[in-house]
Design a protein around this ligand. Structure first.
Ligand code: SF4
Length: 465
C-alpha cells in the first residue's frame, strides 16, 4: 500500500472520492456495494441509457480533475459519435497481426493512473482506497460511449496498485457489474490493467496511448483528437482516475448533503498532495476553489520558527507563488491566472531556507530533460531556458537575462506542440513575476538571500583558481 497519509478534513469538505472513514478492506465488494458502489452504473444502464449519461455530464459542466480542466461532457459526446473505426493492425496476444485477423473493439476507454509526477501518489492512493469508484466511473464511460474495452495504465513498479485493481476487477466481473452482460443488459465491458514504464511525458494523453501500443512516447498533433483517433486508431476516451471516480456523484445527485458545493456547475473535489515545509505532509480531498491557505492549514502549516515563503503548485511544470498569494483558490482558472496550474495536485511548501531561483532552475532543467525532443522549439528552447536559469542561480549571468528569459518563454509557448512545453516556462516566469527582489539579488548583487545558490558559484570559482 502507498504509505502517504490521508489528512483529516473539515466536515464541510465533501468526500466524493476517498471514503470518509478508511474501509477495513477496500477490496471487499459487498461492503463497497452496501456503501453505494455501482448504484450510478445501475442508473446509467437501467434508466439514463448512453445519451442520458452524456446529457447529464454536459448539463453538470463537470471538468476533468487534472490537466487543463476541460469540460468532459463534450469529450464523451465526441467519442460516442466519432465516425467509423479506422482499420489498423493491432496487437493480439503480444504479436502484431494483420487487419483481417483482428476484430477490433469499436472504441476504448483508458484510465491514466500512471501518475506522471514522480513525487505525487494521489492516484495510487485513490485506486488503493476506493478501487470500485474508479472502476464504476470507467464502466459508465464505456457504456456511454459504446466501448467494450477499458484499459487502466499504471506504473509498473506500483505492484500494490496493480494487484488491488486486478482483484477488484475480478470481483466486479463475478458479480455482473462488468463482463459480457453488464447488469443484465447487452453491454459488454472488459477491463485490463497495463503496467507501464516511462517518463513524465506519459501524463500527456497521446504519449500514454503510444506507450500502451508499445511505441516511442512522443505526442501527436491534435486534432484529430483522441476521441476520434486514439488507441490503435480507434475513438478513445481518456481521463485520470479522479475524473472517473467523480462520475458517481453526478449520476446519483450525491452533492445534496453539501450545500456549500455548487451542484449546478459541478466543481466537485480534487486530491492534493502537500509536502515540503509543513508539519504534516499528506494527501487531502478538497473542494475545488478552497484557498491555498486552507489547504496548508490541513497540513498543520509551516512548523516552528520557520515562515512561509512560497508554494510550488502543480508539480514540476507548475508555478511558484509567493506567501501573500495563498488566498488564491485551488481551481483551474484561479491558478492559471496566478501563473500556476492544478497539474498533478502537488503543493510543495517552501520556507525562508529555500531559494526560488534555484528551485525554478532545477525544475526547468527537469522539464528540458523530460521533453521528448520531437519539436525543435521545445527541444532547443527549453534547453536554453534551463541554461539561463542555471546561469542566474550560479551567479554567472550574461547580459539582460530577464529579457532573454521572457522573450524565449514567449517563443516557446507560442510554438508548443503539447502542454509540456507550454507549462515548462511557468517556474522561471513566476519567479520573474513574484520574486523580483530575489532575482535581482542574484543578478545584480551576486547574492542568494536563502544562502543556497552561491556555494555553487563559489565552488566553481574555487575549482578554477
Ligand atoms: S513540445 Fe516538447 S515535449 Fe511536446 S512534443 Fe514537442 S519536444 Fe516533445
Amino acid at each position: 500500500m502507498t504509505s502517504t497519509p490521508i489528512l483529516a478534513t473539515p466536515a464541510r469538505f465533501p468526500r466524493l472520492m476517498l471514503p470518509a472513514a478508511p474501509a477495513s478492506d477496500p477490496l471487499d465488494l459487498d461492503a463497497a456495494v452496501t456503501a453505494g458502489a455501482f448504484t450510478a452504473l445501475r442508473i446509467a444502464v437501467e434508466q439514463l441509457k448512453p445519451e442520458g449519461v452524456i446529457n447529464a455530464l454536459i448539463e453538470s459542466g463537470m471538468r476533468g480533475r487534472g490537466g487543463g480542466g476541460r469540460q468532459i461532457g463534450e469529450k464523451w459526446y465526441s467519442c460516442a459519435h466519432a465516425g467509423a473505426p479506422v482499420a489498423m493492425a493491432a496487437p493480439v496476444g503480444g504479436a502484431i497481426v494483420g487487419v483481417d485477423e483482428f476484430v477490433a473493439p469499436a472504441r476504448y476507454v483508458v484510465v491514466n493512473a500512471y501518475g506522471a509526477d514522480p513525487a505525487v501518489t494521489t492516484d495510487r492512493v485513490l485506486v488503493e482506497n476506493n478501487p470500485y469508484a474508479v472502476i464504476e466511473g470507467a464502466a459508465i464511460a464505456a457504456f456511454a460511449v459504446g466501448a467494450s474495452e477499458v484499459v487502466i495504465a499504471v506504473r509498473a513498479e506500483a505492484t500494490d496498485t496493480i494487484q488491488a485493481l486486478q482483484t477488484a476487477i475480478a470481483a466486479a466481473e463475478s458479480a455482473g457489474y462488468l463482463g459480457d452482460n453488464v447488469l443484465g443488459s447487452n453491454a459488454e465491458i472488459h477491463f485490463s490493467v497495463k503496467p507501464l514504464q516511462g517518463s513524465y511525458m506519459l501524463g500527456e494523453e497521446t504519449v500514454l496511448l503510444k506507450g500502451l501500443e508499445g511505441q516511442r512516447g512522443q505526442p501527436e498533433q491534435q486534432p484529430p483528437y483522441t476521441t476520434t483517433r486514439g488507441l490503435y486508431g480507434k475513438p478513445t476516451l481518456i481521463h485520470g482516475p479522479q475524473t472517473f471516480a467523480a462520475i458517481h456523484t453526478i449520476l446519483t445527485g450525491g452533492l445534496e448533503g453539501f450545500p456549500e458545493t455548487d451542484a449546478r456547475t459541478f466543481a466537485g473535489t480534487v486530491l492534493v498532495q502537500i509536502s515540503g515545509a509543513v508539519a504534516h505532509p499528506g494527501i487531502a480531498e478538497v473542494p475545488f476553489g478552497v484557498t491555498l491557505r486552507e489547504v496548508l492549514d490541513l497540513a498543520g502549516g509551516v512548523p516552528g520558527q520557520s515562515r512561509l515563503k512560497a508554494v510550488l503548485v502543480g508539480g514540476p511544470s507548475g508555478g511558484i507563488l509567493p506567501a501573500d498569494a495563498i488566498g488564491v483558490g485551488f481551481d483551474h482558472d484561479s491558478l492559471e491566472k496566478a501563473g500556476a496550474q492544478v497539474g498533478s495536485g502537488s503543493i510543495v511548501v517552501l520556507d525562508q531556507h529555500s531559494c526560488v531561483v534555484d528551485l525554478a532552475a532545477v525544475l526547468t532543467r527537469f522539464c528540458a530533460d523530460e521533453a521528448c525532443g520531437k519539436t525543435i522549439p521545445c527541444r532547443i528552447g527549453l534547453r536554453r531556458l534551463a541554461e539561463i536559469g542555471a546561469r542566474i542561480s550560479e551567479g554567472q549571468p550574461r547580459g539582460d537575462e530577464i529579457a532573454r528569459l521572457t522573450d524565449l518563454s514567449v517563443d516557446i509557448v507560442g510554438s508548443a506542440l503539447c502542454d509540456h512545453e507550454r507549462r515548462a516556462t511557468l517556474a522561471l516566469l513566476s519567479v520573474v513575476r513574484y520574486f523580483r527582489d530575489e532575482l535581482d539579488a542574484h543578478l545584480l548583487r551576486n547574492s542568494c538571500p536563502a544562502g543556497i545558490c552561491h556555494p555553487k558559484a563559489d565552488a566553481r570559482a574555487g575549482a578554477v583558481s
